[in-house]
Design a protein around this ligand. Sequence first.
Ligand SMILES: *Cc1c(COP(=O)(O)O)cnc(C)c1O
Length: 383
Amino acid sequence: MSTRNTDSDEVRRPVPLLDLKRQYAPLKEEIVEALAKIVDHGWFVLGQEVKDLEANIAAYSQAKHGIACASGSDALLLALMAYDIGPGDEVILPSFTFFATASAVTRLGATPVFADIDPLTYNLDPIATASLITPQTKAIIPVHLFGQTVDIHAFLALSEEHGIPIIEDAAQAIGAEWKGRRAGTMGQIGCFSFYPTKNLGGAGDGGLLTTNDEKLADKLRLLRVHGMSPRYYHPIIGINSRLDSFQAAVLNIKLPHLDRWIDMRTENADRYTSLFKNAGLDEKITLPTAGDDIRHVWNQYVVRVPDGRRDELRQFMLDVKIGCEIYYPLGLHEQECFQSIGCKLGDLTETNRAAKEVLALPIFPEMRADEQETVVARIAEFF
Ligand SMILES: *Cc1c(COP(=O)(O)O)cnc(C)c1O
């Protein structure tokens, strides 16, 4: 690093987008001990640790059933498989989300129908969704983006009126709430990811489904093990999406800390807001907000940079070694791979605008106040 110059070191220091080492350091011994136990007992896949995780996450999310699987992407795929969704079926989802929300649909040969988002929350807009419902619509996948729940009551009303299941993509929103109800258990199935960058991240890939419906839970448990029951008899066609005991052991150790980490993220979000306001920067960029009735878990702190200056600010931040990222630079309807498969599109004006304007800033729980001050000082410098 040769950025030391006349400014104080404090302001010149690089700030990472995420630093997992700070989270793992105090847990290291406990984790190593738990992994050593698994080496001793030798039940490496879907072991007791996985059963414990399923019970723990179900309880945490206020769900009756938890079904662990190999990733958040697989959770979405399994949820759609549980509803026998396939060719000729349509699934309504946002275009402004991570790729996996849509690829679960296309992998089954069904048609993604992309609906626009609310410009304030970046979440799927229920009115836009309603206008795209057809007799072919077999599921709606609202994504609780960046850690904030969607306007779920509007989706539940649509679900009841049309008899369409709601599959919540809660990959970024474990612990988030709408009027005290937890993400992942308001609709029929909730899909969670334990990818290392999520609020509850494992030491590798992992995922989990929640549901209150016992029949669905049984089917999901079957689908994740090749539809096999009893051993080597296959009543239905499933996939291999088992979770390792290693991952479950790490996650069981981390889960009791999750609410504290969410509180730390919330403190960081509040600190950013006051730092930006004190610097007068809330006039230059649009700060994120948390809706009333909502527990935002701040997986991401995403600002909007208007006037076509987003890419310029991002480059500036990268040059001065401040971590930041664009979630997402393109709506999924613009992705090359989806051009030839006949997706259906609503009016995606807000999706297209968000893709040009959003920038995510570091907000990990262990981030220090002085690091946040550096981020804000740098953005002030840019403007
Ligand atoms: C991370 C993520 C997924 C996929 O989860 P993986 O565990 O990485 O497969 C799905 N949807 C959203 C919104 C995500 O952020």
